[in-house]
Design a protein around this ligand. Sequence first.
Ligand code: SF4
Length: 369
Amino acid sequence: MISTETIADKKYDLKSLSKPQLTQLCGELGLKKFRSDQIFQWLYQKGATSFEEMTNLSKDLRERLSSVAFIRSLQLHQKQTSRDGTTKYLYTLFDGNRVEAVLIPEFFPDGVADRLTVCVSSQVGCVFGCSFCATGKMGFFRNLTPGEIVDQITTINKDAFERFGKKITNIVYMGRGEPLHNFQSVMHSTDILTDPLGMDLSPKRITVSTVGLTKQIMQIADENRQFNLAISLHAASDEKRDKIMPINDSLDLNALKESLQHYHQKTDKPVTFEYLLFDGFNDTAEDARNLAAITRWLPSKVNIIMYNNVMGVELQRAREERLDAFLRHLSKERVRATVRRSRGDDIDAGCGQLAIRENQPRGKTIAKN
Ligand code: SF4
């Protein structure tokens, strides 16, 4: 809950609070619950960026609120649209840090927009240092607040509506950062997105991905969270996973298996295994057999993702013939996989490519080099 300091001691960043925390703050100000609902709605449904916009609150109340709290919003720094319609949004945060989000539109054959997916960032940089990932090379700087996560989505939603005449349909937490390493803020943000007074999205439309933080997977299970869970697997043996994902050193495939079986037991939900296919590294018949064995841990799907090469990374996107062979091996194992071709490669918006190109110091990382 919010700090025990009296509210006179500090000003609150409203969008860093969960809904219960906002209700608590309003309670401390002597406001009824419906007032905190109104404020919540202004922030997340109507996109208010100041108290002045909250016209169903009296002037007096707005002034009181602005004496104890403030509203911070992301500033759009740059927007780039790819040949395939994918758009990358680069935001500046209040402290000068930057994050990116991506809108990935899919179209019906007649050109009308079908699915509009937003890939959202949850941290500035990332500590986990996966060898293929541009964000991992930045190191970790800080977690985003729930408001900084939700703002990426609400601003893109507005843009999507102007461009395609419809709201975004899906959200994936697969941008910069490891979502479960910023557990509280990510959970609060999904609560806001699914709240009828927030974006009112079905949790089925939200996918949170993780490299396999087992304690947090267990917690998601115990809280019976209804969003979808995706595991960034990318290698199907400890030996190969160790080489590209330093997290596997401390949380290996056995630990992952245990947490996922617990997850399925508690939620009865399947998971998706995301598998970036790298040429000559994880695309052999043996890799396919290992991957098939992992899919039998619990009901699951496999997404094979065609990697967009990242400058300075040795691993390369698998050639088409290797992809075809890998799919044949999987099929022999009775595993059906969906192939996802990375989008927006001409604007560096593809999987693993999100990172600032400007020179900047490196943050914390668990990678050895
Ligand atoms: S793949 Fe995910 S966990 Fe790994 S370095 Fe990149 S952002 Fe971090």
